[in-house]
Each structure stands twice: as C-alpha cells, then as structure tokens.
Ligand binder design. Structure first.
Ligand SMILES: [Fe+2]
Ligand SMILES: [Fe+2]
Length: 273
C-alpha cells in the first residue's frame, strides 16, 4: 500500500493587512506563504495540509476572507488541499462568513474526510469566550459514530488544544475533557492526534496514541527569565509520513529573524496566547 504524507501547520495567527490587531504588524501571513514556497521548492508533495487552529488572531470576517485567499493561493502553489480547524483565537461566526462563505453562525466546525483510505477528522475544541478547549457532547457522539467504522489506513485527528501534558504549560492550556476524547478514540483506528496552541514542538502519547502539539508558523514562546515570558519570531512545521509501519514525524524550522515580539509577566500567559 502506497505510503502517504501530510504537512501539519498550526497557529498561523494571520490578519488582513488592514487589521490593527497586535500581531498584524508582523505580517504573519507572509510566513505562511514562505512555508508553502518551501514545501514547493523542497518537493514535499503532501496529500494534504492540516492547520490546527488559531488561523487568525481575533479576526473578523474580512480577516478570514483574506486568510481564505492566502490559503487558496498556497494550496494551488503545491497542488494539495488545505484543511483547517479552529483555535481559541478564532471566531466561529466570522470564520463561517469570511472563510467558508456561509451565513454567520456559532455552529461548531468539524468534519471527516477520506484521502485514499486515510481518514482526517477535524474537531472543534474552541469554545467561544474561553481560552482552554472542550469538545461538546454532540461532537463527541458524532465522533464515536464516525469511528465505529475503521478506515483502511487509519485516522488522523486535527484539534487545536493538546490532550497530552506539555512541559511548562499549565493544565488549563489543554483540552479540558481530554479524558472523554481519550475514551472515544482508545481502541479505534486513530493513529495520531495533531494539535497546536502551545507554540512549541511537543511529541508524546496519550493512552498510547501518538500526540503532537506543533510549534506553528507565527512565533514560539519561552521563559525570558524567572518572572517573564517572551514571544519570539519563529516558523516551523511538521511533515508526517503515514506508512504501513506507522507514523514518522519530521520537524522543519525555517529561518527567521529571531526578533522578540512581546514580553510580559508569566501571570498574564493565559491571556496572551
Ligand atoms: Fe496560538
Ligand atoms: Fe491557541
């Protein structure tokens, strides 16, 4: 059976050029374009690209319309579809209006897709007005029903909030009802859970299932000293090969300035990313 591969991007935090948001001046969409040019030049040729949320930084419909234009161009550049999920900095209604071209609605955005037998399930862990994530009961019921029928090559889940613990991150950065998601995927054909949110690259397991929280294309974060946290220019992504033997996850980091974007007391970490 032919192996497959996909590219996992996350936390693009894009805004339209006209936006006045705090990250707009850093032109983070340019880093997404840079990433796709790299994918083209390096002949990565993924079957699809998955972006696990925080597509925009508190974007409105105009931001999401701009993001759709950027990602459509990026998709055409490499000849592969781009699929997204929502993060805590995304807004459902503006996303549905600007990105999907639908009537504005707070309806959760989740889906199941087939790529030659590899199933991609995108989940909506973003909850309006909250920083942490949670899957609602209707979505969990839908997921269990979907997973009742195995896919020939297994299932990849895309979700913004990580399930596994991440070093240095308080538990309120994770998926609040990760145990319920664990119950839903344990013993099924799920081979990997791809997440973001924490802006650093983490690979681990949850109940034996591979979990990844990728660093993203926008910025990374680390302690500046004992009392302060800093956000630094960064751009990285993961290439995930899916073979009959399992998953292989390769991290690529593209050159950036390393410029410090923001610095703030650790106590504000919850509010800032
Ligand atoms: Fe983020
Ligand atoms: Fe996030």
């Amino acid at each position: 059976m032919k192996s497959m591969k996909f590219v996992h991007l996350t936390d693009t935090h894009m805004n339209a050029p006209s936006s006045e948001g705090p990250f707009a001046k850093f032109q983070l969409a340019e880093k997404v374009k840079q990433t796709f040019r790299h994918l083209r030049d390096a002949n990565v040729a993924p079957d699809f690209v998955l972006i696990t949320g925080d597509l925009s930084h508190e974007g409105d419909a105009a931001d999401y319309a701009y993001i759709r234009t950027v990602l459509d161009e990026c998709s055409a550049l490499i000849g592969a579809p781009v699929h997204v999920v929502l993060g805590n900095h995304d807004h459902r209604s503006a996303f549905r209006q600007g990105y999907l071209g639908e009537a504005p609605s707070e309806e959760a955005y989740y889906y199941s897709l087939d790529f030659n037998g590899l199933r991609l399930i995108g989940l909506n862990s973003q909850v309006p007005g909250r920083h942490d994530g949670e899957l609602d009961a209707a979505q969990l019921a839908w997921l269990k029903n979907e997973l009742a029928t195995p896919a020939p090559r297994g299932t990849i889940i895309g979700i913004h909030h990580p399930m596994m613990s991440v070093r240095g991150m308080p538990g309120d950065h994770l998926l609040a009802n990760r145990a319920q998601l664990g119950d839903a995927i344990e013993g099924t054909d799920v081979i990997g859970v791809m997440a973001g949110h924490v802006h650093s690259n983490n690979v681990g397991t949850y109940r034996g299932i591979v979990n990844v929280a990728a660093a993203g294309t926008a910025f990374t974060g680390e302690l500046a000293d004992a009392e302060n946290y800093k956000m630094v220019d960064f751009c990285g992504f993961n290439i995930v090969d899916v073979t009959e033997e399992g998953l292989s996850i390769q991290t690529t980091v593209l050159p950036t300035s390393g410029e410090e974007y923001f610095r703030f007391p650790i106590s504000l970490l919850v509010a800032q990313h």
